[in-house]
Design a binder for this molecule. Structure first.
Ligand code: FES
Length: 159
């Protein structure tokens, strides 16, 4: 998976905007996550050095919160609901179809950084189960056979 090119001065600006305060660690990591879509290893090391916080502590915070990601993520995040209502209506087979179509497993990102796949528990639309969400777009009453056309539709919007 491609790692971003280190941009130390950009990260320095973020750290300095918080006056190099150790207590701002989470806020600083949020800004880095927003800039890169994940927390690059070089940035975590740099934050650790600049704030004088042990790397194990920085890594501990970065890996604890769901909002942080330690690997690059795809342009499109696909979330498939495996909550009870969706599961009972076949969402596991939708997930399998996505894994097969994209060549990745749940939690992974395609090598071209186009798609990330993530199973979730309840997207709040149980009456429309099985549900999947791609970016901002909801797809209701999903079936494995609809997967190909949904991916084509989402991908086509960016060409
Ligand atoms: S269980 Fe899937 S939307 Fe609620």
């Amino acid at each position: 998976m491609a790692e971003s090119v280190p941009e130390y001065s950009k990260v320095d600006k973020t750290i300095e905007s918080y006056s190099c305060e150790k207590s701002a660690l989470i806020a600083i990591l949020h800004e880095i996550e927003n800039s890169y879509g994940y927390l690059p290893a070089w940035a975590l090391k740099h934050v650790s050095e600049k704030l004088n916080v042990p790397m194990i502590q920085v890594y501990g915070v970065a890996s604890f919160y769901d909002a942080f990601h330690l690997t690059p993520r795809g342009k499109h995040l696909i979330r498939v609901c495996l909550g009870t209502a969706c599961y009972l209506r076949g969402s596991a087979r939708v997930l399998e179809a996505l894994e097969s179509e994209l060549g990745i497993r749940d939690g992974e990102t395609t090598p071209n950084l186009e798609f990330s796949l993530q199973s979730v528990r309840c997207l709040g639309a149980c009456a429309l189960a099985p549900v999947m969400v791609v970016g901002e777009h909801h797809f209701d009453k999903m079936t494995p056979t609809k997967v190909h056309s949904v991916l084509k539709r989402v991908h086509g919007k960016n060409e």
